[in-house]
Design a protein around this ligand. Sequence first.
Ligand SMILES: Cc1cc2nc3c(=O)[nH]c(=O)nc-3n(C[C@H](O)[C@H](O)[C@H](O)COP(=O)(O)OP(=O)(O)OC[C@H]3O[C@@H](n4cnc5c(N)ncnc54)[C@H](O)[C@@H]3O)c2cc1C
Length: 237
Amino acid sequence: MVPDYTITCTRKLLLARNVYEFAFTKPKEFSFKAGQFVLLDVPLLDDPSDIQTRAYSLASAPHEREILFLIKLIPGGRASRWFEESVGPGSQVRMRGPFGAFVLHPHARKDMLFIGTGSGIAPYRSLVLHLLQKENKRTIDLLFGVQSEQDLFWRSLFQDIALSHPNFSLHITLSEPSDLWEGHRGRVQAIAPIIAPDIAKRTVFICGNPEMTKELKELCLNEWKVEKKDLHVEGYI
Ligand SMILES: Cc1cc2nc3c(=O)[nH]c(=O)nc-3n(C[C@H](O)[C@H](O)[C@H](O)COP(=O)(O)OP(=O)(O)OC[C@H]3O[C@@H](n4cnc5c(N)ncnc54)[C@H](O)[C@@H]3O)c2cc1C
């Protein structure tokens, strides 16, 4: 039986265009591995007795005191409307889990490349904080792709981590940047081999929309020769 919890929202923060961070209380008995997700019960706004579940990655690390979710709103979506209009400090939510195999192998020692687009960055907050808390010395590159400057969030969070951990680097790429943008331009598919020319020797994690994850998975296996056992993919279907 998968455990079932009631969690209470403590904070709701608008981070970027259509992107919220939600903090919830963490039940004492709840434990998980960095990279896993949970299922939340999502009532229909117009008929709360009509419940469906939606999957959300745990953005907080296992050692943190609260549970964090990063929610990207999809216009007209059931959960998106509910999160935006109905969930806030004091709201109680039913959660089941944890689930998923988008986790670190305990004996893996290769350098890491984490690739995420949009809300697909959520599990990397957990994975990066977890790895660095264990004083990991492997190189960790995080490649974060969004459309434009308006869609960026957690930039200073990851930049601050990079300042205190020389083995960690954040790389941002924008597919539709303004003229002022001085960083990478283009899709993560084009930028990944530039920031990690040794990609074949790395453990690679890919998370985000299913078209991107599928395309990158094929590139990793067929073009860049990443070993299958070192490739982890989570499609946000
Ligand atoms: C393992 C896993 C982990 C996930 N973790 C997160 C997370 O941490 N943060 C997060 O924000 N989401 C995450 N998702 C996605 C999340 O579960 C929902 O699918 C998302 O919030 C949309 O739900 P909704 O009820 O608002 O939209 P729905 O009512 O389910 O869909 C509304 C419409 O939007 C379309 N649609 C759904 N998703 C998308 C999309 N991504 N892009 C474009 N159109 C879409 C649907 O086809 C439908 O037409 C995760 C999904 C999986 C499978």
